[in-house]
Design a binder for this molecule. Structure first.
Ligand SMILES: N[C@@H](CCC(=O)N[C@@H](CS)C(=O)NCC(=O)O)C(=O)O
Length: 208
């Protein structure tokens, strides 16, 4: 049975789930959500996920939301990318949700997807400052290691990279973070890796 993932190309949170599904060789297909037309706020979508967010995963009568829960489900079902130390993997996934993707998503949205006259400079500065502190943590952690939570890639890597392949500016420049840059290259070299705009339907080009 083919699992479905409600997602859209611009969503780094959905990318974490989609990338895990793809690299694990899961049988899945994307269902495009019209986020920019307000679909996640509508009653049909709220019926699917009371939190009003992508990603949403459905397989038979199992529905999961929250990217980390979907990633864990896929890793546990396939036995891939779970790592040897569950606490260490979860520790970095929580770090990502709170300190990386949790800040990068809003920063990128405010800086790129809001009309220029509505972009709140104070909020953007605040988020970029928080993000710089988080990049510092990850850059330091990656000293002498190839992957975030184990000697092999795990779902913690696929969580932390959620927003970092996107081209739109949100205050992340690989040139400033060489260990993170090399780590992103290692992820992109994994067999089956795809850029978010190639893995999920929808991109800014659709609205140009
Ligand atoms: N912690 C959640 C975050 C999900 C999230 O923020 N999704 C955004 C897209 S990246 C969304 O659907 N937002 C809907 C809205 O704000 O209306 C996860 O990891 O799944």
């Amino acid at each position: 049975m083919t699992a479905k993932l409600w997602c859209f190309g611009e969503s780094g949170n959905a990318y974490k789930a989609a990338l895990t599904l793809e690299l694990a060789g899961y049988d899945w297909e994307p269902v495009q959500v019209a986020f920019f037309s307000g679909e996640t706020r509508g009653p049909d979508f709220i019926g699917l996920n009371e939190m009003g967010e992508v990603p949403v995963f459905r397989e038979g009568d199992l529905t999961l939301t929250q990217s980390a829960v979907i990633q864990l489900h896929v890793a546990e079902r396939t036995g891939k990318f779970l790592g040897r130390d569950r606490n260490e993997v979860l520790r970095w996934m929580f770090f990502d949700n709170h300190r990386l993707s949790g800040q990068a998503g809003p920063a990128r949205f405010l800086m790129n997807f809001l009309p220029a006259e509505k972009r709140p400079a104070g909020a953007i500065d605040y988020l970029q400052g928080r993000l710089r502190a988080s990049y510092k943590v990850l850059e330091r952690h990656l000293e002498g290691r190839d992957w975030v939570a184990d000697a092999e890639p795990t779902i913690a890597d696929f969580a932390c990279c959620g927003y970092l392949f996107y081209p739109e500016p949100f205050g992340f420049d690989r040139a400033d973070w060489p260990r993170m840059g090399a780590w992103l290259d290692r992820i992109a070299a994994l067999p089956g890796w795809k850029h978010p705009y190639d893995l999920m339907p929808g991109s800014p080009a659709d609205r140009a």
